[in-house]
Design a protein around this ligand. Structure first.
Ligand code: MSP
Length: 513
């Protein structure tokens, strides 16, 4: 069996989870579910990033101990996962012993190999980004970009990791492995970044300034720089699980690709003698109603409140349907409601209602055996043949928004097929040919619904499980066995009714908290 290891970024615990965090978890979950359906042994890791200045400051401002603060917020992040129908195998916290041990082991190893040295640093430091700055980071007018927050001038001794000496190796690696980063244009950006000489990476912070971190194994007066600590989570969580590392794909946001994931992490692994992950998937960012997400201005979506209001499957569907992986997208009530009503309520929901209603009305609730296929059935089957091939390709290219569009296109075609066959007319006829056609059309619509549900399963696992239940169908869970057009529903007893996605009136909006 093929091991497929997939990770999300680990979230900072200095605030509550928002839509961006939720999206990344769901995107990763969709990929994990697809690989499971394909027969891979999936290991899905997510977690939280608990050290560093931001957490220390936020905890102090609240007057509580950082560990207690982390415990509270981490519990919130962890509780979000089942609410999003995310099926992770593991949840790592960087304050856990299993993580700290591995970070310290790697640090010691690099120190012993001479990859880490001590030097005096004099220069500018951004607390918000926990990063040392250079003059080239300034705005053209000499000021510091806003993203750095307050910048202070400091002089201190610190430990440095020899990033520079691996620059050529990394360029060569990325040049040889063109598909290491998805989307491709991001890999080009990394190579662009690597045209400038790298600075060695300062991997320590003196405890006088920052206590909340992992002590350096070779100098207890310092803690480890939060990024060096955090990146190691991907390895520390599975270090004792044979066969998992390096079968890894990292799903992250575009903001943390360069330099942490695309430069520091590969070099850290290589210097420590560890294999590199298989790839990195960098997704875009959500804005809300055209603006940056911000709690202070109220431009914010609480994933839990949203799920409670509209259901988890609707949220998962919308996020994956709306955003092209790698590009930015905007989240608005209007766009959510438009898609919900058109695609979930009126298209998929309609097919489900019609299938159940008509099977009950005209066939005593039992899906009939299909007779010989006529032109409309052949057309629909051909549409299915094309859809499943296209969707498989789109899935493997992470083009989930288009995959969903094609899948829903097949649902639309099935609804059009129903219009053409008009079973409600056939049901009134006593003619033998019409009765045969009625059986064929009921069987065809049920089979189409079953098939569409297979392709929707990774995106809307709860809704699909309900569809399968009301169709009286038990899936194998193995993609290759589910995709063939056949008569496997014949004789199934369907439920009386199920309204999965009730239409929402446009007035009943606010998703903002
Ligand atoms: N702790 C670091 C990651 C360490 S990984 C070894 C961090 N945390 S974060 O909480 O700021 O962000 C976590 C993830 O959420 C990142 O991948 C980030 O890109 C993503 N998002 C944060 N805001 C987002 C949006 N508005 N939209 C989409 N994703 C966003 O960075």
């Amino acid at each position: 069996m093929n091991t497929f290891y997939i990770t999300t970024a680990i979230d900072y615990v200095n605030g509550s989870p928002h839509l961006g965090h939720a999206y990344e978890k769901v995107l990763t979950d969709v990929i994990a579910r697809i690989r499971k359906m394909m027969g891979d042994e999936v290991y899905f890791l997510t977690g939280v990033d608990e050290h560093g200045q931001k957490v220390q400051q936020t905890a102090r401002a609240r007057g509580i101990d950082p560990q207690q603060f982390c415990d509270e917020i981490s519990a919130e992040f962890r509780a979000l996962l089942p609410k999003l129908s995310v099926e992770n195998n593991d949840f790592i916290r960087t304050t856990e012993e299993r993580h700290k041990v591995v970070v310290r082991r790697i640090l010691q190893q690099l120190f012993d190999k001479g990859e880490i040295y001590k030097a005096e640093y004099q220069g500018y430091y951004s607390t918000r980004q926990e990063q040392f700055l250079q003059n080239k980071d300034r705005n053209p007018d000499g000021s510091w970009p806003e993203l750095f927050g307050e910048v202070t001038e400091i002089t201190e001794s610190n430990y440095f990791f020899k990033l520079r000496s691996y620059q050529e190796w990394l360029v060569e690696f990325l040049t040889k492995n063109e598909d290491f980063i998805f989307p491709k244009f991001r890999q080009k950006q990394v190579l662009e970044f690597l045209k400038e000489p790298l600075n060695d990476l300062c991997i320590s912070r003196p405890k006088e300034r920052l206590e909340w971190g992992i002590s350096l194994p070779f100098d207890e007066d310092y803690v480890t720089y939060v990024w060096f600590d955090a990146l190691v989570n991907y390895y520390s969580a599975v270090a004792d699980k044979p066969g998992v590392w390096p079968a890894a794909y990292h799903v992250i946001g575009k903001d943390i690709l360069v330099p942490p994931h695309a430069v520091y992490w590969p070099i850290m692994l290589h210097a420590a003698g560890l294999a590199l992950p298989k790839g990195i998937i960098a997704h875009g960012w959500w804005s809300i109603n055209g603006d940056k997400m911000s709690k202070s201005t109220g431009n914010f979506v609480e994933p839990v409140a949203f799920v409670e209001k509209y259901g988890v499957d609707a949220l998962r569907y919308f996020m994956l349907r709306e955003m092209s992986v790698g590009q930015d997208s905007d989240f608005s009530d209007t766009q959510f409601l438009a898609r919900y009503n058109a695609e979930l309520a009126n298209n998929l929901g309609n097919l489900l209602n019609r299938t159940l209603n008509m099977t009950n009305r005209f066939a005593e609730g039992v899906i009939p055996i299909a007779g010989e296929a006529g032109e409309p059935e052949k057309e629909l089957q051909a549409h299915w043949g094309k859809t499943q091939v296209e969707v498989a390709g789109l899935w493997s290219d992470f083009q989930f928004h288009t995959a969903l569009e094609k899948t829903m296109g097949f649902v639309t075609a099935t609804n059009a097929y129903i219009e053409k066959r008009a079973p409600w007319k056939l049901g009134k006829s006593t003619d033998a040919a019409d009765r045969a056609l009625l059986a064929t059309s009921l069987a065809t619509m049920a089979e189409s619904l079953r098939l569409a549900a297979v392709l929707l399963q990774p995106f809307m696992p709860g809704a699909v499980a309900q569809i399968q239940t009301v169709l009286g169908y038990k899936p194998t869970g193995i993609l290759a066995e589910e995709l063939g057009w056949g008569g496997r529903l014949a004789g199934s007893k369907v439920a009386a009714s199920l309204v999965l996605f009730p239409r929402i009136q446009a007035e009943a909006t606010p998703v903002k908290s």
